[in-house]
Design a binder for this molecule. Sequence first.
Ligand code: GLC
Length: 527
Amino acid sequence: MGQPTHALTQTDWWRTAVIYQVYVRSFADGDGDGTGDLAGVRARLPYLAELGVDALWFTPWYLSPLKDGGYDVADYRAIDPAFGTLAEAEKLIAEARSYGIRTIVDIVPNHVSDQHPWFRAALNGGPEHELFHFRPGRGAHGELPPNDWRSQFGGPAWTRLPDGDWYLHLFAPEQPDLNWSHPAVRQEHEDILRFWFERSVAGVRIDSAALLVKDSRLPDFVEGRDPHPYVDRDELHDIYRSWRRIADEYDGIFVGEVWLPDTERFARYLRPDELHTAFNFSFLSCPWDADRLRTSIDETLAEHAPVGAPATWVLCNHDVTRTVTRYGREDTAFDFATKAFGTPTDLALGTRRARAAALLSLALPGAVYVYQGEELGLPEADIPRESIEDPMHFRSGGTDPGRDGCRVPLPWVADAPHAGFGGDPWLPQPADWPSYAADRQAQDPASMLTLYRHAIRIRPVFGDSPLTWLPAPDGVLAFTRADGVMCLVNLADTPADLPPHTELLLGSGPLDDQGRLPKDTAVWLRS
Ligand code: GLC
């Protein structure tokens, strides 16, 4: 158990991997202080091995004031003491490996914490000043920001210092952007990559990968003008080519966080000498609709094919609304712009669809990401306003609920305090959290956890062969992969007849009494 089950060569593991995202702070609390930690992850490695995942992606675990959940890094070579120590991270990497599970770390190159030694030195007048974007303001007294760029979290992307100058931050003010045209910034990140590859990590997730490089003139943003002053600039590719050369020395892989609507521009990051993979945000944002899903799948496969990169399939992560909640809403798409408090949802419906979506994603060619708690079918939690920590909420002026609702500490044991998470959780758990506990679901053949375990175990039957669509009624997605293995998902209002088959390998729910596939249900069949 726990050994990789597919028969691919070691170096190709990432092409078909199931990768589990660990948000350390909320995964499991080993020391009882209410914050998840590395000890908690180590204690749960048998659970992850039993789930059958090939790799763990850890969101940033470095020293951080946690103004943006760890995406504000003060030292890339130290583990935050709330999580553990570097020695413990090394142990965790080795222990995970002994279960056949690889480790992916998260590098945040666009910005650092305002507590990072470089930024502190810059504020003290050191030469580190050149490593950031400081500018005088506009207006008669410099009282206006240097340009009109907006922070991704809302509000201006500039903050003024007591000395009158402004500095750029595409995210929170506690996350000053680095100046990527300075060679020391490049050198430092190459060293950080080596630092982690030397510690046997198998891969690196690159945060905000398309934002690093800015037009050095820092011009105002003009809608529709190419190139964009800070998104997807051509200079990025040179950076990632140099990173790739480093990764190749260690057989390491990259997964980029590249949110770009233009599929051709997106695919450029996946050329053979750049990043190995990137997250599929088109699939993640796609509504529960057969035509839209099919288009998203076709476009994904078409954009990856020319560069030879495998697709990734992602339903949720630590930034977006949890899948069962989203799929139970009237509008089942995900969009940051439309997030609101109190959007009604039907969780039974959402859960049925999420189960079907799990079988769909796990049957598609490429790698699949599972965000912690997705395998438990956790819904998005309503966080009381006074407990919200996410800067996205505050910088929206309090209208955006923020991302804490998908970051609630996990329920492990139904009958234990705090659902077995550990100490009193840093974010409150909803009252019904124990009903989702992993120990209870492990005993229940109809649970989401059992479905994920079975699906991940059976998934190698699809091999790495391409997808072929099969004829199917309107609203039904049907395709075959390896010889005779089929996946069918019914999104139509009426039950669908199954094609001739010899074996039903797995279903997301029962067939109806006439052996048909009900609405919002998926099956894997052998012909
Ligand atoms: C990425 C992360 C997100 C973070 C942001 C700034 O989008 O996924 O959580 O807030 O980058 O680092």
